[in-house]
Design a protein around this ligand. Structure first.
Ligand SMILES: [Zn+2]
Length: 149
């Protein structure tokens, strides 16, 4: 099967999050069949919930839809490098492949910081592909934070 990126949907979710006044990050979960089973953007402010990151909300919705705490063979697309909390959730959910956009040197937990997937305690490591539509995802974040100053 030919590879088809779903980062465009994640970027749409990020854009919608920015319009809600949330940090513009979007995530999409894709089933092994190629079907999009969940999509979400950040809602930490709206829900008064520091764990309501796009990845967590998308994983929750995908698990609910699957009726399972695990998403083996599923792919997760997210516009920004996941933080340590989300990386741990991605591992716990047994996500097969992680595609992310912009690097997050400040709060990321994959390539920098806690490097969750490189830790010996990490029992499931997804395949990781970074830099997917990174320019667009990064520009959105930059604009958002520039506009708040
Ligand atoms: Zn996170």
């Amino acid at each position: 099967m030919e590879f088809r990126s779903h980062m465009d949907i994640a970027l749409e979710e990020a854009r919608a999050a920015a319009l809600r006044g949330e940090v513009p990050v979007g995530a999409v979960v894709v089933a092994p069949s190629g079907a999009v089973v969940a999509r979400a953007g950040n809602r930490t402010r709206e829900l008064n919930d520091p764990t309501a990151h796009a990845e967590i909300l998308a994983i929750r919705a995908a698990c609910a839809a699957a009726g399972s705490e695990r998403l083996a063979g599923h792919d997760l697309y997210v516009t920004l490098e996941p933080c340590p909390m989300c990386a741990a959730a991605i591992s716990a959910a047994r996500i097969g492949r992680l595609y992310y956009g912009a690097a997050d040197p400040k709060s990321g937990g994959v390539a920098v910081g806690a490097r969750v997937f490189s830790h010996p305690q990490c029992h499931h490591v997804p395949e990781v592909y970074d830099g997917i539509a990174a320019t667009e995802a990064g520009a959105m974040l930059k604009d958002f934070f520039a506009g708040r100053r």
